[in-house]
Design a protein around this ligand. Sequence first.
Ligand SMILES: *Cc1c(COP(=O)(O)O)cnc(C)c1O
Length: 359
Amino acid sequence: MINFTVGPVQSSDAVRAVGGEQVPYFRTAEFSETMLENERLIKKFAHATDDSRVVFMTCSGSGGMETAIMNCLTCEDKALVINGGSFGERFVELLRLHGIPFTEIKLEHGKALKPEHLAGFEGQGYTAFLLQKHETSTGVHYDIDLVADFCKRNGCFLIVDTISTFLCDPFDMAETGTGVMITGSQKALACAPGISVMALAPSAIERIERNRCCCQYLDLKLALKNMDRGQTPWTPAVGILLQINVRLKEIEAMGGADAEIARCAGLASYFRKKLAEMELPFEVVSESLSNAVTPLHPTTQSAYEIFLKIKDEYGMWICPNGGDMRDSVFRVGHIGYLHKEDYDRLLAAFDDLRKKGFI
Ligand SMILES: *Cc1c(COP(=O)(O)O)cnc(C)c1O
């Protein structure tokens, strides 16, 4: 199978080799060193300030989203949240569940974030802002500088879900004034699922120290205290943390975050250019594309039926959509260990489906 989804994605041979090894005992100086190296490289790739910290939570990306809300926000906050798809909707549900007062900015699927969406909220006493940098469900890459400027003017604490965009689109935590950056192990990090990585600016650490977290397992005070010595309060997903270490060093050796971003961008533009040349009955449905994924609306066949056909008859996974986008949109990812030849095979399969009259 070739995997063009947005997570889990394909891992490099070195990362996969780690998955085949015995999982070591972890309360050791050696494992601590690995963890501190992971922290150092994440900070570097995220352009975090020196006094920022990183914690590795054993949960999926959604667990990182909930952890950020539980530790950094309280009922005294007044939050703004962008909801342009299923991950924005998840932030909305979490804010509601945890009793954080909020206003939702709903965007039509596929539409970019524009200054007029924020204009009405200036000077209204908002204290926090949450968004996906890339709403993976619709493939819309939001203008983070627009949001960062709004937050600086209005004194908002900024929580950014970069789960599908970290390491495939440029992001600068310090420059944007981001308080919490959340990512996950199985997206552009291209490791097995199970770890959510959270980079925390001093503004976040201050909130964490001040707030009482009502969940012991996800309490970032404990995570930070343990991370002082490269450890975690509980047994983490040790094997995945070792994969992450191999992967981060691999990226570093290949030229760092910028080189990895350029590699993703190269795959995305290769696929998009060829796709346009072939004039397939697919429309690109995002006004603002990330390098991570190309969202496509097939005009002659159900998107989900195309997903099934490509899986069952061609041995490849494209990424189906859920909910009301099930039949109208599928996505082709550009993250993970993929090459141009893989896209040639996918495009040949689409061409074959057209010849057979399926699309
Ligand atoms: C995948 C994803 C998530 C959820 O991550 P899980 O690991 O599935 O919990 C959240 N936000 C964005 C933007 C994502 O792409």
